[in-house]
Design a protein. Sequence first.
Length: 298
Amino acid sequence: MGHGMAKNLAAKTQGDLLVYDVNKAAVEKFVDQYPKAKAAENPAELADKASTVITMLPEASHVQSVYASLIDAIDQDSLLIDSSTIDAESARSIAKQVIERKATPFDAPVSGGAVGAENGTLTFMVGAPSEADFEKIKPTLALMGRNSILCGSNGTGQVAKLCNNMLLAVSMIGVSEALLLAGRLGMDPKLLGSIMNTSTGRCWSSDTNNPHPGVIPTAPANRDYAGGFANKLMAKDLRLAMKAAFDSGTTPILGTTAAQIYSDLSTMHDYNTLDFSSVYKWMKTDTHFVNNKKPEDA
């Protein structure tokens, strides 16, 4: 995700782009490919030289570590945009630290997957101190995405992202079950996939990231589920969503089931790094979906 976002910034921004990653080989490859990109030695150097800092990291602990290393380098003109998916409380805690330094924090997680990051068509869900502050970063977000939406104060961008990803997981499982059922009833799942996409079952999991090979040529299903949004990352997002649900006294029935399924996939060596649409592949071979009983015998 970060690579695609940085690529669009390097291609579209008017000035230089500073980049940093713990994977130095990836940074070297990136700066060789994009003349506007320059390597920073550490997050503090990046924050010292750039007025806008964008982070895209796997978990809250990584975000907290990076912010701890750059916090002394920011000032009142610094705009700090975190596009990682983390829990809302961590986002609010980080925002408080930034505000104490007179700088401006944003949580701006994204939707659109690796394809959206690569194509510059992401949707940013933004939590910000104020609407006026949000307006300051909209031009930067427009270089990487198609939509940016102010969700409210700091932390609400993460709320939107976790709720959206819970729905995404549920819809992927639902699409997979429908396609598998079609196949067991004697219909071509690929044909049903195309029918879904002109019918009321249409959703992103059917029309963009369809889990059956051949329905959507650009979907990870056509690359044996390589690339895309990994099962282990979906499991992480669902853990965050379930914790938030528990803390708010909510019990999402389908969300809880989806969280358990992706938690299982994230622990399987053959599945943990595959795109989350590989739940379809797992269902095809897992005995839970195979039932030789007729409904009246069950």
